[in-house]
Design a binder for this molecule. Structure first.
Ligand code: CTP
Ligand code: CA
Length: 236
């Protein structure tokens, strides 16, 4: 369909988009991972490219191909994603963290494949926190370091008895310090690997939340229109 005029400010901008899941090694052959398909990140990249942006695509583990026309860097662990993002986003206009980044990783990576022992026992995994890529990027930016001026986060949230997914999203937006947070309500088998989604875009600048239900391509248009609005307001 016709190009959306709301996306026009993306033309000529450089946007870093992370997508897919991270894999945290346990030994040379095993890892902890997640089921992220990478589809939302690919949809974002395709919309951004169609709007005339340059896309640097940081691909974790994905079940789909990275977008044609993007400059692709593949990563495995969260540490690798952090290093690539700090490099690729340093002189970019925006960073969009659509990747499903692991929160925990094995505290020790065995040098050799972990073997079974004769006593029938099993090892106990000790985990540690991974670095927070998004929070690190915001910290670099806020301390005047080389980092894209606009940072977009994603959050898959479930609600509970006291708190709605959007309330959790608002708190996360404030905690992370990003400009926009895209909240996906999850649970009930929604979202992971599916083509339909519902997103709510929350803005730190106080713009009213934007809700969109539809395909991941339609969600991507909504997210990028909000990003384009932030970029347009900041000028060149
Ligand atoms: N993120 C990141 N690095 C991490 C964890 C998350 O960059 N180690 C990014 C994600 O890519 C996403 C945003 O932070 O854009 C929010 O991720 P989410 O998992 O919702 O938030 P967490 O801070 O990890 O909190 P929790 O999972 O406990 O809700
Ligand atoms: Ca998390």
């Amino acid at each position: 369909h016709a190009p959306d005029p709301a996306l026009a400010p993306l033309a000529g901008r450089t946007v870093v988009i992370t997508a897919g899941g991270t894999r945290e090694p346990l030994d040379p052959v095993r890892y902890l991972g997640n089921r992220s398909s990478g589809k939302q990140g690919v949809a974002l990249a395709e919309v951004a490219l169609a709007a005339g942006a340059r896309v640097r695509f940081v691909a974790g583990t994905m079940s789909v191909d990275p977008p044609a026309g993007a400059e692709v860097t593949r990563v495995e662990s969260t540490q690798e994603m952090l290093e690539v993002v700090l490099d690729r986003a340093a002189d970019a206009d925006a960073l969009v963290m659509a990747a499903a980044v692991a929160d925990f990783r094995p505290a020790q990576v065995a040098e050799d494949k972990i073997k079974k022992t004769d006593d029938g026992g099993a090892p106990t995994l000790v985990l540690e926190r991974t670095p927070d890529v998004l929070a690190t990027a915001v910290r670099v930016r806020d301390s005047g370091g080389p980092m894209a001026p606009v940072v977009v986060g994603f959050a898959a949230e479930t609600g509970d008895a006291d708190t709605t997914p959007l309330e959790y999203g608002r708190a996360k937006l404030a905690r992370k310090g990003c400009d926009l947070l895209v909240v996906n309500e999850v649970g009930r088998g929604l979202v992971f690997g599916r083509d339909e989604t519902e997103v709510t875009v929350l803005s730190a600048a106080g713009d009213p939340p934007v809700v969109r239900t539809g395909t991941k391509a339609e969600a991507a248009e909504t997210v990028l229109a909000a990003l384009a609005g932030v970029l347009a307001r900041r000028g060149a």
